[in-house]
Design a protein around this ligand. Structure first.
Ligand code: GLC
Length: 718
């Protein structure tokens, strides 16, 4: 069906049929087992009479129910317009990969691409055609529960990893039956919610929006994403759902987005509690005028648009634009040619949890884990007697938030992973929050019989994710008590940490000899932990979000501004400088940081003349040596600091990175081409360009260490 045919189809549609296409309900309205109409779904009006004209559904599904629903729907839909099936496949469908914040610590777009590819193959086999992913909200506040869903605090990585997931979901042919259309979210600035409280107010300056928060959404759209989801939050006073500046001026006019714009769950009617709409009719009008084309899980459009269009005929054109995008999406997915998209129970059975998918999930989990500390304790060997103790010792709940279709029963526990690798291990599982004295005594006994103590500690899955905001981001008191008791035994302690956010680790770092951050590693988590602690794999993960000493430091991120009294420059000044009196200024573990089992050494930067211009980039090079003893992967990171600019610029900003695999004793030359464009930023006129002048160029293993040279941009005139 081409554009002309779509426009002809729209002409045949009644106004109510158009409004139906712009409404999304859950699969519970089609009696899918296990899906129930709760919350907003139970408050939706007139759905039963309109369910054969709604344009899309979200929620629980499998191949059998998709085939049934689509068949019934097409029998009732007057014009035979196929139904669209959407879902939240965020880090896997049935084979669950590490949470996105963990995946980002691989610093490898191929890992993100492969995760999305496997997710699409499995979810498409179950009947889905759209996923609400990637989430590319920039985050600087670990109190916010959804940091686990983001790729961290750096806009370059967010954009690259978001784009990689879009490519993995969609490939270059969305008509292929094993693809999913990607929906970028949450537009915009959702990660900057005040106080880290979900759905909360967001106030961002135009420069902060343009330089930090908006680029990742744009980069994900440039990768071809076919949908965008508006965020729950207000942005500078106007809810994103009704924010015409954001949804029309930026998204449609400046960026030329031609895909479909969907609200978040219930967000259209939430304009009423936001205080910008007095009624459902107001909410419908504001959302439609701003450009919301699919109303997710409320019925303001169904309830109010028929009359609103009578009163304001100009709104009819908005309906036609919206329906055109929705029908084009269905056409791009091939649904007019095959509404079932080749779905079959046999293919679903073949694809779900395929061994190749589990292998990919295990590899991704290994590359996502970050070794934060290791004082000659790891890797372990099979002659050592291990005491594995804690809430995650033998726990299958490793999938993390947003693994709605995953099943913990498919997950491999840490104990199973260690046992399968032939380690001598005895385990004692504990509660994550209340560890009874009796259990502590059992722990002491187990510790006395062991050589090395592995404490598998962490957050509960539901303490992060949507609506998972926490003011205290440390470990529960009883887990720290267990740590102190273990420390008293005077034996090596390895802490394996399971979390969906940066955790306060100052006390853990004091007592543990090694800390492996496992995040929520997914279905293959136990195997991946064992792969690393036994030395089968050399850890290579690097943090993409800073770990503060204390939540009182938040927001804490590497790419902060200098201020007029930067503490690191005023070392003689005791008081009057940018600092806390009671905790250090910087993060405990900084952005880009991570250890491995090998030492990597860096040579000096060779920057040639050190000069570049808009037409003549600068080639820089540095040697990196693996001093052993293991083969390993090093992520060489390139940062700049713009010394004098029109606006204050970050003390460090990542502009490039490269991963190199080196054998022990091997040296590699790592080359970069620095272009003027990489040195640019949005100025107060909101135009992007670089300023001629001096830049500090830093190359190193993380955002805190490295060697630097001064380079000079001679001219930004092309
Ligand atoms: C949720 C989330 C959004 C998700 C949607 C559908 O409230 O904010 O990320 O895609 O609803 O489940």
């Amino acid at each position: 069906m081409n554009t002309t045919q779509i426009e002809a189809l729209i002409k045949q549609m009644t106004r109510m049929e158009k409004i139906g296409q712009m409404t999304q309900i859950t699969t519970s309205f089609f009696n899918v087992d296990g899906a129930k109409a709760t919350g907003t779904a139970s408050r939706m009006k007139d759905v039963e009479q309109h369910k054969w004209i709604v344009g899309s559904v979200l929620g629980k599904l499998d191949a059998k129910s998709m085939l049934r629903i689509q068949r019934d729907y097409l029998q009732h839909n007057r014009l035979g317009i196929p139904l669209l099936f959407m879902t939240d496949v965020v880090h896997g469908y049935k084979t669950i990969f590490p949470v996105p914040l963990a995946l980002s610590c691989s610093w490898n777009p191929d890992v993100l691409r492969r995760t999305a590819r496997v997710s699409a193959v499995e979810a498409a086999a179950a009947g889905f055609q759209v996923t609400f992913s990637p989430m590319v909200d920039l985050v600087r506040d670990p109190r916010w529960g959804r940091v686990m869903e983001s790729f961290g605090e750096d806009r370059l990585l967010l954009g690259q990893f978001g784009a990689a997931m879009v490519e993995g979901y969609q490939t270059d042919d969305l008509q292929q039956s094993d693809t999913l259309a990607a929906c970028v979210k949450h537009f915009a600035g959702y990660g900057a919610a005040e106080g880290g409280k979900d759905y909360n107010t967001v106030d961002l300056s135009p420069l902060s929006l343009y330089n930090d928060y908006l680029p990742p959404y744009q980069q994900a759209l440039q990768a071809g994403a076919r949908l965008m989801m508006a965020a729950f939050n207000t942005l500078n006073g106007v809810p994103a759902t009704a924010n015409t500046w954001l949804l029309q001026h930026i998204l449609r006019e400046q960026w030329g987005f031609d895909g479909t714009l969907i609200s978040d769950w219930g967000a259209v009617k939430e304009l009423i509690p936001h205080g910008v709409a007095a009624s459902s009719a107001d909410a419908a009008r504001l959302s439609l005028q701003a450009g919301i084309e699919i109303e997710m899980m409320t019925t303001a459009y169904i309830e109010a648009l028929p009359e609103l269009c009578e009163q304001h005929p100009e709104l009819e054109q908005k309906l036609d634009e919206a329906v055109k995008h929705i029908l084009q999406l269905k056409q791009e997915l091939g649904l007019f040619d095959d509404p079932y998209r080749g779905v079959s129970e046999a293919r679903e059975q073949e694809m779900i949890l395929h061994p190749n998918h589990r292998h990919a999930a295990r590899e991704a989990a290994v590359q996502s884990m970050v070794l934060l500390k290791n004082q000659q304790v790891l890797p372990l060997n099979s002659t050592q007697k291990l005491a594995l103790i804690g809430p995650y010792a033998d726990n299958r709940h490793l999938l993390g938030p947003w693994s709605v279709d995953g099943d913990p029963q498919h997950a491999v526990t840490v104990l199973e992973g260690l046992q399968q690798q032939g380690m001598q291990v005895q385990s004692l599982s504990t509660d994550d929050s209340h560890i009874e004295e009796e259990v502590l005594h059992q722990a002491i006994e187990l510790i006395q019989q062991s050589d090395v103590i592995l404490l598998a500690l962490g957050e509960r899955e539901e303490w992060s994710g949507e609506a998972g905001s926490r003011a205290h981001i440390g470990l529960p008191h009883d887990q720290l008590k267990l740590l102190r008791i273990a420390a008293a035994a005077g034996k090596p302690i390895v802490v394996v940490l399971f979390a969906g956010r940066p955790i306060e680790l100052e006390e853990v770092a004091r007592y543990a000899d090694a800390i492996l951050l496992a995040w929520f590693p997914g279905t293959e988590g136990g195997h991946a932990v064992a792969d690393i602690v036994t030395g089968r794999c050399n850890p290579s993960g690097r943090l993409t979000m800073s770990f503060p000493y204390h939540s009182g430091q938040i927001p804490v991120h590497y790419n902060h501004l200098n201020t007029g009294r930067p503490a690191h420059l005023l070392t003689q000044e005791k008081r009057y400088k940018t600092q806390y009196l009671d905790v250090p200024n910087e993060a405990l573990y900084p952005f880009g940081y991570g250890l491995g089992y090998s030492e990597f050494g860096y040579g000096n930067i060779d920057a040639g003349t050190g000069e570049l211009s808009a037409n003549c980039p600068l080639h820089v090079s540095i040697s990196v040596t693996n001093h052993g003893p293991y083969a390993g992967c090093e992520t060489v990171q390139v940062y700049i600091h713009d010394r004098v600019a029109e606006i204050a610029r970050p003390v460090r900003e990542l502009i490039a990175y490269e991963q190199i695999q080196l054998n022990p004793g091997e040296t590699a030359q790592v080359d970069y081409t620095i272009s003027a464009d990489m040195l640019g930023y949005y100025h107060t006129d909101l135009q992007y360009r670089a300023d001629p002048g001096e830049f500090e160029l830093i190359i190193g293993p993380d955002s805190r260490h490295g060697s630097s040279v001064t380079i000079r941009l001679l001219s930004n005139e092309t």
